[in-house]
Design a protein around this ligand. Structure first.
Ligand SMILES: Cc1cc2nc3c(=O)[nH]c(=O)nc-3n(C[C@H](O)[C@H](O)[C@H](O)COP(=O)(O)OP(=O)(O)OC[C@H]3O[C@@H](n4cnc5c(N)ncnc54)[C@H](O)[C@@H]3O)c2cc1C
Length: 422
């Protein structure tokens, strides 16, 4: 093993996805030296293609928005939620949420999008090493030592003042420290692919994501280009196992039995299919410790239904890097600001968690698919699902009212008609 003692970086970041590259750019903007160790060679395929309007705030802060804009990604103006049988739909038009600051977002092929972010970090001066797999790390009194492996030069060890873990579902440091907890009752599996010839919305609604709710599972349909759509099925692992079929067979059968999806995919042709992901819903018991901060999915991930992953990853990447920068400036290994970062990150996630855990229940669906904008409740839902996690009092009480109505519906009070969900 080669030990590189010639340089001590300010920060080493594991992973060059949206969280890692955001952290790297932020640290470079603050004048810190940064080494990003990324396992893959970019551009690389990744799931997580539908972004939220409030992601724009981070793009602007990083100074990367003009690069993203000129890449010509599909503009996303709304999110459509359908019942599987096509009988009802609720559309959130982001420009109409009266509390919503950002009226639109984008749908992205992650290979291209992540590459723009990583190259941006590199242009700001981050040292990016691809095909470099982090294999181990040690936190010492004065710094951290990180081991990584490349095919060309074997195992190496590098050192820094701080380590940021942005390894996504790889969850490198929390796995090593045994900090991962899965959400009980929320064990999901996703089967997905890219298709051409899928019939999607037109006009203003052309770039909308479609979320199609079935009784115990749901589909996403994300238009990536004029003739390329990402289609995925999210299903309980237990239900999947009980079917005893190959993933693609489960996916095809679900398409065939879901009117809203089936009709749109009558002339679909496969571009890629059969991708499977599992065990993606978890939380880590600690996000910060001496000289170590976890960001993005490496801090935890819940569920993709409201497309919150990239926005949360980039926001935590940015805020995590800011507290690391401040800790280095103060020559500290663990600061109050780092603990506050952990609290703020968990609070942001919890904003989505209340929607996610309710999404899978019938009372929520009954209210959601028969929406009312009385007291501007729908506007409050709109801004929250656009990614506005710093909610004003006006949004807060409206959401409380909405979830109280969901609770009353669950308790049997006739808040709204008890439609069947399928
Ligand atoms: C089925 C599914 C659908 C989703 N859909 C959406 C969606 O529509 N919209 C949305 O916003 N989010 C979605 N997400 C979530 C989104 O994919 C993630 O939240 C987002 O990618 C997190 O970014 P990240 O930078 O934290 O991690 P990643 O993007 O996963 O990046 C982590 C990087 O770390 C690297 N790495 C891992 N281990 C090591 C190692 N040992 N050494 C070096 N490098 C390493 C990996 O190669 C990777 O490039 C979805 C997730 C799932 C599971």
């Amino acid at each position: 093993m080669h030990r590189d003692m010639s340089k001590t970086w300010d920060v080493i970041i594991i992973g060059g996805g949206p969280a890692g590259s955001t952290a790297a750019s932020t640290l470079r903007q603050a004048g810190r030296s940064v080494l990003v160790l990324e396992k893959a060679k970019f551009p690389r395929f990744h799931i997580g293609e539908s972004l939220l309007p409030y992601n724009r705030a981070v793009f602007d802060e990083l100074g990367v928005w003009s690069k993203i804009q000129s890449a010509g990604f599909m503009v996303k103006r709304g999110a459509q939620f359908w019942m599987g049988d096509g009988s009802r739909r609720t559309r959130l038009d982001f420009s109409k949420g009266s509390f919503t600051k950002f009226p639109e977002s984008i749908q992205v092929e992650r290979a291209k999008f992540d590459n723009i972010l990583l190259r941006h970090a590199e242009e700001l001066g981050a040292d990016v090493r691809e095909e470099a797999i982090v294999t181990d790390y040690r936190v010492e009194k004065d710094g951290v030592a990180v081991k990584y492996r490349t095919q060309d030069s074997g195992e190496q060890e590098v050192q820094a003042k701080f380590l940021m873990d942005a390894s996504g579902l790889g969850n490198v440091t929390a796995n090593k420290e045994g900090l991962r907890d899965y959400y009980p009752g929320h064990k999901k599996l996703a089967i997905f692919g890219h298709y051409s010839g899928v019939q999607m919305s037109e006009g203003e609604e052309k770039g909308d994501i479609l979320v199609i709710r079935r009784e115990n599972s749901w589909f996403w349909m994300i238009p990536l280009e004029d003739d390329k759509v990402s289609v995925g099925l999210v299903i309980d692992q237990a239900d999947f196992k009980a079917l005893q079929q190959e993933p693609q067979q489960v996916f095809d059968d679900a398409v065939a039995s879901t009117k809203t999806v089936h009709e749109r995919m009558l002339n679909a042709k496969v571009i890629t299919q059969g991708h499977v992901l599992t065990d993606f819903s978890y939380t880590n018991r600690k996000l910060v410790s001496n000289r170590l901060v976890r960001v993005g999915d490496a801090s935890g991930f819940i569920d993709p239904v409201f497309s919150s992953g990239v926005m949360l990853a980039m926001t935590s990447g940015r805020e995590g890097a800011q507290v690391v920068h401040a800790a280095i400036a103060a020559s500290k290994s663990l600061t109050f600001a780092m603990r506050r970062y952990e609290w703020a990150t968990r609070r942001r996630v919890s904003r989505f968690w209340q929607f996610i855990e309710n999404f899978y229940t019938k009372p929520f669906a009954q209210l959601f698919f028969q929406p009312t904008n009385k007291h501007r409740i729908l506007c409050a839902i709109n801004t929250s699902l656009a990614g506005n996690t710093q909610m004003s009092f006006g949004v807060w009480w409206r959401l409380r009212l909405f979830f109280t109505l969901v609770w009353l519906q669950k308790k049997g009070l006739p808040v709204t008609e008890r439609i069947s969900i399928q």
